[in-house]
Design a protein around this ligand. Structure first.
Ligand code: ADP
Length: 757
């Protein structure tokens, strides 16, 4: 029972059966199938159309195709009817307009749906004898029977020819008889009915293969059809191979030599050749050659030896086992209908999820617009081609653009898996070629695999942002580090400064304290000096005064003693004065006057004062005045003191010779030079010369009196006046002391002198 019917584009009728699945019916079809459901039983051995009826001989009996109701009052059906009482049959023969069939039970004459057994001789093939109307040959299991067909019951006689299962017999015009055997031999019989009987057997040594041999006559040639090819008999070639393989009688590309399953010349002269891949027709050409064609409808697998029967109108019947196939090329049917490959499903093999179900443009376009998640990237593509003639022969070729370099090889596989596709755009293409060699249109599916999240643009943006942030942070960190270092340095500097300030303050404080104590000390010193000068000088003056009075009155030894007291007192007073002077100078307590002084007069006075001493020592004592008058702005008191000291020293330290004093003006400096020829000063003592209390000869052995304060005071005074003092001396030869004092200490001397003059 059919629940639903649907017709496809290639003329196929799809029927949804009630409980029996789906059936596709090729309508209209060039092929019709008959088997036991249509009344046919047993393996098909021969077919014939005779007087309008179609008969089939099978291993089960004899059948005729009828068109009538199966049961009374039901619609008429085309089906096979068994003609009863006939055992397994072999082949039909038409002799003198009568139809016969050979069988295991003998030979039957067929008239309509009736049969009559004319002979009980079992055999395979029955042929008429030329020239003798009532005689026939019957090929049997072991040879040849010669049958006399006169009268209702035929009488047969065994011929003296032994052949194993005669399946085909051909009689030539001269009466020569050929027989094909199941064991592959071909037997030739001449002069069967005379004493010159000649039987020739051909086998492998004559070029034939060891396969059942069936004889055919094509034009005038004898042809042997075997499974291993079609052989032609070449007469007059007794010595060598008389049967030669003829490749022109089989379709080209009969690669396997043993691939001929059936060979049937038809009435039109065409050859029907069955191979395992189907039935091919060699159309007879004008030049006698054959042009083979392979009707698509007949290209189905054959695995048994089929029987082929071609009716005069071209309708062919192919018996194949228990099945009978009718082929009608007149029915218009194209097996070249265009078709298109189809992508049935796209499945991710890991999740087993369907990405695309094979239908709908929207679903397909979503694959490229929305894309497929990266997790679903192990894709299996299932494809098909709706071409239904011999679908098992359809071959496919695929090409995944974006992954494959080129189209794959042709394969019968209907799926292809691509594991772990990377993100990107792809185009899956698949195309097919069917058993007829017709290429279908290709199916295309565009799709896109999305990148995994870590390779998306926003992930990359994130990486970029992170990188920039890292750089910025790094930079900020560096800046912060630098700044904090700077701040630290600054703080340290501030701390240092603060510390220095504190120290400074401390030092200041100390300085203040020191200052104060210094001021205090100064005050104390001043007081001390004042007290000392008063306390020392007052008694000394008294002592000297009273000594002087007493000396005038004393006589003799007392007077000498008083002289000593007086001179020593004078000396002590000088020393005390010198000490006080020095102390005052060092304490900065003296103030120099700055008055115009006649230097020459001062020098002359000092020289005059000291000349008695020089005279005492018999020294030549000279004064040279280089510039006269010579005025300078000086303190005359202290100038005296300087002159007195150095001229006094010169006299004091010179025992013989001379002391020369020279005074003059050089470069606005008053220069006083004192030369002596005295003891001189050693080099070693030079640095000590102007230091207080230093004398070259010391202790009790010293040669001259003195306190060692004179030069110290002199040098201090010269310095205070803005001048300098110089010494040149040779031990034992003498010394030169030079004092240089600025003429104009303060204002110009000349102007003032000029005005007073
Ligand atoms: P005093 O003469 O009272 O010892 P001075 O200060 O005047 O003290 O002299 C210091 C020393 O310098 C003297 O003791 C002496 O050794 C040396 N001196 C000074 N003038 C001369 C000189 N003209 N010749 C040699 N030695 C001298």
């Amino acid at each position: 029972m059919v629940n639903h019917a649907f017709e496809d584009q290639q003329g196929g009728l799809w029927l949804a059966l009630n409980g029996h699945g789906i059936l596709r019916v090729d309508v209209p079809s060039q092929l019709s199938y008959y088997e036991h459901q249509l009344g046919l039983e047993g393996s098909v051995r021969d077919m014939i159309r005779f007087e309008g009826s179609f008969y089939v001989a099978t291993g089960s009996g004899l059948f005729v195709l009828e068109h009538q109701p199966i049961m009374p009052n039901r619609e008429r059906r085309t089906r096979f009817m068994r003609i009863p009482d006939v055992p397994q049959t072999w082949s039909f023969s038409v002799i003198e307009n009568q139809l016969y069939v050979t069988s295991e039970g003998g030979i039957y004459r067929i008239q309509g749906n009736q049969v009559r057994r004319v002979s009980d001789k079992a055999g395979f093939v029955l042929v008429a004898l030329q020239g003798t109307p009532h005689q026939r040959y019957l090929g049997t299991y072991d040879g040849l029977e010669i049958v006399n067909a006169e009268g209702p019951a035929w009488v047969s006689e065994r011929a003296a020819v032994d052949v194993n299962q005669v399946r085909s017999i051909i009689e030539e015009a001269d009466g020569t008889l050929w027989m094909g055997s199941i064991d592959g031999t071909v037997t030739r019989v001449e002069n069967l009915f005379s004493e010159h009987l000649n039987i020739q057997s051909y086998g492998e040594e004559n070029g034939l293969p060891a396969h059942p041999a069936f004889l055919e006559k094509i034009k005038d040639d004898l042809v042997v059809s075997t499974r291993a090819g079609i052989y032609r008999y070449v007469a007059g070639n007794e010595a060598s191979n008389q049967f030669v393989l003829d490749p022109t009688l089989v379709p080209p590309a009969s690669s396997a030599a043993d691939s001929i399953l059936a060979f049937e010349p038809d009435a039109a002269g065409d050859l029907w050749v069955a191979r395992p891949d189907g039935v091919h027709i060699g159309r007879l050409q004008a030049d006698g050659s054959y042009d083979f064609e392979s009707p698509p409808a007949l290209q189905f697998d054959l695995h048994l030896f089929p029987q082929i029967y071609v009716e005069p109108d071209g309708v062919a019947w192919i018996g194949h086992g228990n099945e009978l196939i009718r082929y009608d090329a007149h029915i218009e049917k194209t097996y070249n209908a265009p078709y298109q490959a189809a992508i049935r499903e796209v499945v991710d093999m890991r999740s087993r999820r369907t990405m695309y179900g094979g239908m709908g443009a929207a679903a397909a376009s979503r694959l490229s617009s929305e894309g497929i998640a990266y997790d679903d990237n192990t894709l299996e593509f299932q494809y098909a081609a709706p071409t239904y003639n011999r679908p098992e022969e359809t071959q496919y070729q695929y090409f995944l653009e974006g992954k494959d370099e080129d189209w794959s090889g042709w394969t019968a596989q209907t799926s292809k898996t691509y594991p772990s596709l990377r993100e990107g755009n792809y185009r899956f293409r698949v195309r097919a070629v069917n058993g007829q060699g017709i290429y279908g249109e290709e199916a295309v599916l565009n799709f896109r695999i999305l990148p995994p999240w870590y390779r998306t643009w926003w992930a990359f943006s994130l990486y970029f942002v992170m990188l920039i942030s890292a750089l910025v942070l790094g930079h900020r960190y560096q800046v912060a580090v630098t700044e904090s270092r700077k701040a630290q340095e600054h703080a340290e500097e501030l701390a240092r400064e603060r510390m220095v300030n504190e120290r400074l303050q401390e030092v200041n404080l100390r300085l203040q304290e020191a200052n104060e104590s210094l001021l205090q000390a100064n005050r104390l010193k001043d007081e001390f000096l004042a007290n000392t000068s008063h306390e020392l000088r007052t008694p000394l003056t008294a002592i000297l005064g009273f000594t002087s009075i007493m000396r005038d009155e004393a006589e003799g030894q007392h007077r000498e003693f008083l002289d000593l007291i007086s001179s020593n007192g004078e000396r002590l007073l000088t020393t005390v004065n010198s000490l006080l002077d020095l102390a005052r100078i060092r304490a900065g307590m003296i103030t120099l006057s700055n008055e115009v002084t006649n230097v020459n007069t001062q020098v002359v006075n000092v020289v005059r004062l000291l000349s008695p001493l020089a005279k005492q020592k018999n020294l030549i004592f000279t004064l040279t005045v280089k510039d006269d008058p010579l005025y300078a702005r000086l303190d005359p008191h202290y100038l005296d003191r300087i002159l007195y000291n150095i001229i006094g020293n010169a006299i004091k330290f010179t025992e013989e010779g001379r002391v020369e004093v020279e005074v003059g003006l050089e470069d606005a400096m008053v220069v006083v030079q004192v030369l002596d020829t005295g003891v001189g000063i050693s080099e070693a003592f030079m640095p000590e010369l102007f230091v207080e209390f230093q004398q070259e000869s010391t202790g009790f052995g010293r040669s001259h009196e003195g306190s060692g304060l004179g030069l110290a005071i002199t040098s201090h005074l010269v310095n205070l006046m803005g001048g300098e003092i110089d010494v040149e001396s040779t031990k034992g030869a003498g010394s030169i002391f030079t004092v240089r004092l600025p003429q104009n200490y303060g204002e110009s001397v000349e102007e003032e002198v000029g005005m007073t003059a």
